[in-house]
Design a protein around this ligand. Structure first.
Ligand code: NAP
Ligand code: GDD
Length: 340
């Protein structure tokens, strides 16, 4: 019998790469998808797996749908990836962010506890939980947590619910504290993809600038395809545990601009950048840099794709999309929304 995995957030960046990984390992993959007026399957389609994932309609905030799904499939592995994941939006929609990220996680944990108690559970926790807290400019599993956005606070609640269900009910529940991970499938509102899409448009003569906020923040950026392997590895261990997943190297937004513009042969990017206060945050995280030694030791995991390779991969994918768009004469992704 193939192993059954249930993924919430299956249409997102990580959900798509994780589905691909699990399908390649012979799993049956079931994904929770919320009803939208326009279905959002572009990532699963780009990976060529849209028809291989079994889509089940429900919503993180609707315990009835979550319970029915878990009861009907009785998965052995549950990956809880669904979230309102954009930090900037969390100040505008703090209640929704908390309902989806914190209470939604509680809905999934309760459904597993009631209807599939043997299942192993993965929670998508985040380096945002650290805020500006660090030890010698790095963060690991022991660094104090000090969230600085409604998003980070909602994720901190979900993180502790996961640990609490492990300690209270003996569930095999793990929390992956993942640092930023990117890919050609990244949402266009996140700074990396906003830059690579903008650079590709500038290169093709379709735009003359990119509007950005704080260029000095530093993030530890890895490749999403590498990070979903770590999620799977966490659920294959003898004991449930929590792990930092990161590259251990950070870069500023300026470094990302250097790499992205140089991928299209532009060495001086300053004339193409406009700083726009709409993209500044009420409370910023200045520097994230994860220490991944526990994951290296216990999971045998290490990142494979380096920063320059990641940036180049994203720029090349956006150049290809623009070529395709100009042939089809339509843009198939939403344009940028103010504040994103
Ligand atoms: P993403 O691309 O924004 O995907 C989020 C997914 O959640 C989408 O499938 C979305 O569905 C779904 N979703 C949102 N609200 C929902 C609801 N009410 N009911 C059901 N599904 C809902 O995020 P990602 O980058 O793949 O990240 C995956 C997870 O890891 C998230 O929990 C994120 O917070 C966490 N994380 C990400 C990073 C990172 O750098 N990427 C780092 C640390 C932690 P639609 O397609 O319908 O919008
Ligand atoms: N999005 C965006 N847009 N960010 C900008 C911009 C802009 O125009 N200009 C500068 N930035 C800066 C932000 O202020 C932040 O310091 C940094 O770029 C990264 O922003 P995002 O790419 O939006 O990601 P994030 O770090 O806030 O959050 C991502 O990583 C977290 C893990 O640390 C998301 O994937 C979260 O879901 C995830 O938990």
């Amino acid at each position: 019998m193939p192993n059954k995995a249930f993924i919430t957030g299956v249409t997102g960046q990580d959900g798509a790469y994780l589905s691909q990984l699990l399908l390649n390992k012979g799993y049956e993959v079931y994904g929770l998808v919320r009803r939208l007026s326009t279905p959002n399957y572009w990532r699963l389609e780009e990976l060529g797996i849209r028809d291989k994932v079994c889509i089940l309609e429900g919503d993180m905030t609707d315990s009835h749908s979550v319970n029915s799904i878990v009861k009907s499939i009785r998965p052995l592995e549950v990956y809880n990836l669904a979230a309102q994941s954009f930090v900037a939006t969390s100040w505008q929609q703090p209640v929704l962010t908390t309902e989806v990220n914190a209470l939604g996680t509680l809905n999934v944990l309760n459904a597993v506890k009631l209807y599939s108690p043997e299942a192993r559970f993965y929670q998508a926790s985040t380096s945002e939980m650290y805020g500006n807290s660090n030890i010698n400019n790095t963060q690991d599993e022991h660094t104090p947590l000090h969230p600085r956005s409604p998003y980070a606070i909602s994720k901190l609640a979900a993180h502790w619910f996961t640990i609490n269900y492990r300690e209270s009910f003996g569930m095999f529940a793990c929390s992956g504290i993942l640092f930023n991970h990117e890919s050609p499938l990244r949402g266009i509102e996140f700074v990396t993809r906003k830059i690579t899409d903008g650079v590709a448009r500038i290169k093709c003569g379709l735009s003359d600038h990119i509007a950005l906020g704080n260029l000095d923040a530093k993030r530890d950026w890895g490749f999403a395809g590498d990070y979903v392997e770590a999620m799977w590895l966490m659920l294959q261990q003898e004991q449930p545990d929590d792990f930092v997943i990161s590259t251990g190297i950070n870069h500023s937004i300026r470094d990302f601009l250097d790499a992205a513009f140089s991928a299209v042969g532009i060495s001086n990017w300053e004339p193409y950048i406009r700083q726009d206060p709409r993209f500044m945050r009420p409370a910023e995280l200045h520097e994230l840099c994860g220490k991944n030694s526990k994951a290296q030791e216990k999971l045998g995991w290490r990142p494979k794709v380096a920063f320059d390779e990641l940036v180049r991969m994203m720029v090349e994918a956006d150049l290809k999309r623009i070529e395709k768009e100009s042939t089809a004469k339509t843009r198939y992704e939403p344009s940028l929304v103010a504040g994103h």
